[in-house]
Design a protein around this ligand. Sequence first.
Ligand code: NAD
Ligand code: ZN
Ligand code: ZN
Length: 361
Amino acid sequence: MSQQVRGVVSKAKGAPVEVTTIVVPDPGPGEAVVRVQACGVCHTDLHYREGGITDEYPFLLGHEAAGIVEQVGEGVTEVAPGDFVVLNWRAVCGQCRACRRGKPWYCFNTHNAKQKMTLPDGTPLTPALGIGAFAEKTLVHAGQCTKVNPAARPAAVGLLGCGVMAGLGAAVNTGQVERGESVAVIGCGGVGDAAIAGAALAGATTIIAVDVDPRKLEWARGFGATHTVNSRETDPVEAIREITDGHGADVVIEAVGRPDTYKQAFYARDLAGRVVLVGVPTPDMTIELPLLDVFGRGGALKSSWYGDCLPSRDFPALTDLYLQGRLDLDSFVTEEISLDQVEEAFAKMHHGDVLRSVVVF
Ligand SMILES: NC(=O)c1ccc[n+]([C@@H]2O[C@H](COP(=O)([O-])OP(=O)(O)OC[C@H]3O[C@@H](n4cnc5c(N)ncnc54)[C@H](O)[C@@H]3O)[C@@H](O)[C@H]2O)c1
Ligand SMILES: [Zn+2]
Ligand SMILES: [Zn+2]
């Protein structure tokens, strides 16, 4: 048995995405079918469409989603039909060397569904980040379903499934921001603003937002930035030093994914400070730094995949903070759209008009 639903498919490099019929198989052992309620449009979906991630077209896009479990396969005990879940793209295995060391957020063998969703002619689809949630229903590994409080608005908590978790976790988990510290965030899109919100939650007292777009800086203040720097007008390294008594920030988070902004992050931190790279570079990018500066400035240079999150620990907790009014996820949702507006949403993202467009069903 299988069912046919509508989904957003990217068929060829650079071509506009299409809403088309997709076939979702019944869940096999360890799998679940989820009725998607909301799915955010993330920059990574556009990277897929442009061939920047793999060339395994056709892709079923969408990976930042919340929904209701509809069916589960054999042996699934952690979720049941009717559960409200946020989908995650790192279902930890529990057995690889990272998991065995007690650091499952680094899991090197994360799980996805074994069966493929297909086009009606049988062509297998590659789901974005193993999810594929610009679809009325999607097939995932049951471990990709994280139960959260069902009182939450799907369009808001679905964002925990990618960009918000990546940014917030970059500050809280990877950067380990502490009370009273100074934090600078370079690039204030959805990911950077989530890093700002995370720094605020962790008790940072100086939070500096850096962007080239004044609208983004305005929004960043709403998430907790205490200072803003337009790096098109002002040298951000000097500005960050000035705001921090000449020292630099304790933690600098790079949320753009470019060598020039990484270099700014490297030099804008205090001695022994931490740099966290959460922006995703492309394969052609390289960086050159004096090795003496790498050594002499001390501290830590870290990368953050998915905010070093553990979905089972972080998604329910962040959902609770949202419901208590302590984490403003609603402000990340610039607009709610329908399935056939994803292509328009890519254009808005490109022009910087939105933090997140979210498809709601
Ligand atoms: N590490 C992870 O797990 C993870 C997860 C999701 C997304 N990401 C990555 O995070 C990055 C940001 O994602 P997003 O959704 O926030 O994208 P976005 O396009 O919404 O935001 C990027 C921001 O950077 C700003 N910017 C561009 N050039 C700049 C410059 N030179 N200096 C300062 N600011 C500049 C833009 O104005 C924009 O506000 C992307 O590279 C994305 O792929 C990483
Ligand atoms: Zn593992
Ligand atoms: Zn994403």
